[in-house]
Design a protein around this ligand. Structure first.
Ligand SMILES: *Cc1c(COP(=O)(O)O)cnc(C)c1O
Length: 374
């Protein structure tokens, strides 16, 4: 049986009428950039998060560096994050002109370890960027406490966890902004690039609206800015999909439970950890093999059996030679958890439109590999 990693086409077919209707609406409206559909989607997105504002931008990376820039963070400033995330988290700090400082992740959640943050704070530190990795919120309450104590800003990189929540806190509630990406492989994705951020800060909202549109919020009047907008066509597609995101994430959670129940007895890998009381929306279902050699062997075995498993992210950012290390970027303390994660994790197929027999086939093959290990 062939099992893919994504269900984009199945998802489109399931709600094709709703998506097509919104595309038609945009095409016939005659307004395609910063038009009424974008306005509508921004309103819906803010309501969804319970924040005052939502601003659509070109992609999830832009959402991060535009947020940093809107907060006045750039050259000479340091921003703390962790190295086991998609490269874009650190790339955005680099684009903003600031310096990334990496600390380790928690061994179980893989999100930034709040206990490691204070050792990395210097007089130059301006912000912390926790990533809600794999679909689970970082420990935002602990992070917020440290940020308040040291007067730091917090930007949540929420590219992977739309509709997740903590035990009593929401995304966007304990930070200056939460950014997200709508590239197709995210839990809420369109057929191309776009992103957004949500915030309760009116000044930040206004600043980013100006920055994204050539530094202009009034016709013919410009200051420093860029072109980073969310097209109305994508806004229409996302508006149709946003109505389904909660039920889609419920399905991800259902498949995650099925994987976990089926794989529980395995001896050669550990299963994802969901913190009690948190809503983990399983952007990825990542298991970790006991030894690095096993990861590559398991990946090979699954691919040979037509299962499209993948690694996320097998080179931690601090091992990326292309990062501007000469400019002060550094790691603080041991990052052994992040390094182990890069060497041993493997993501099994995870998307709402999976079928029970597909999940069961992945479970059976993964167990078959497990039993063959010495
Ligand atoms: C996808 C992703 C981004 C970047 O989003 P783009 O829309 O591709 O720019 C940033 N951070 C994380 C954690 C991501 O997974």
């Amino acid at each position: 049986m062939k099992v893919g990693f994504y269900g984009h086409v199945r998802q489109y077919q399931n709600i094709q009428k709703e998506i097509d209707a919104n595309i038609q609406r945009v095409l016939l409206s005659g307004e395609y950039v910063q038009g009424p559909m974008l306005k509508q989607f921004e309103k819906e997105l803010a309501e969804f998060h319970g924040t005052k504002f939502a601003v659509g931008v070109g992609n999830g990376t832009d959402a991060i560096w535009l947020s940093l820039m809107a907060l006045g963070i750039g050259s000479g400033d340091e921003v703390i994050t962790h190295p086991n995330t998609f490269f874009a988290t650190a790339e955005a700090i680099w684009i903003a002109g600031a310096t990334a400082v990496f600390v380790d992740c928690e061994p179980q959640t893989k999100c930034i370890d709040p206990a490691k943050i204070e050792a990395a704070i210097t007089p130059k530190t301006k912000a912390i960027i926790p990533v809600h990795l794999y679909g689970q919120c970082a420990d935002m309450r602990a992070i917020k406490k440290i940020a308040d104590k040291h007067k730091l800003r917090v930007i949540e990189d929420n590219a992977q966890a739309i509709d997740a929540s903590g035990d009593g806190f929401k995304i966007g509630e304990l930070s200056d902004a939460a950014t997200t990406s709508f590239i197709i492989q995210k839990n809420l994705g369109t057929f191309g690039d776009s992103g957004a951020l949500v915030t309760n800060n009116a000044e930040m909202d206004a600043r980013i609206r100006q920055l994204r549109n050539h530094g202009s919020n009034k016709r013919n009047v410009h200051s420093y800015g860029f072109n980073s907008r969310l097209d109305d066509l994508h806004a229409g597609i996302l508006s149709a999909k946003l109505k389904h995101i909660h039920e889609w994430n419920d399905l991800r959670i259902k498949w995650a439970s099925r994987y976990t129940a089926g794989l529980k007895g395995a001896k050669n890998f550990t299963l994802p950890y969901a913190r009690p009381g948190y809503r983990h929306v399983f952007h990825l279902y990542a298991i970790e093999t006991r030894k690095p050699e096993q990861r590559d062997a398991l990946l090979d075995f699954l691919v040979k059996n037509e299962i499209d498993a993948k690694t996320h992210y097998s080179i931690a950012i601090h091992k990326q030679a292309g990062y501007p290390w000469g400019k002060g970027a550094r790691i603080v303390g041991s990052v052994e958890n992040a390094e182990r994660n890069a060497a041993t994790c493997i993501s099994l197929p995870m998307f709402p439109e999976l079928k029970a027999e597909e999940v069961d086939y992945v479970i059976a093959k993964t167990l078959e590999w497990d039993k063959a290990q010495k």
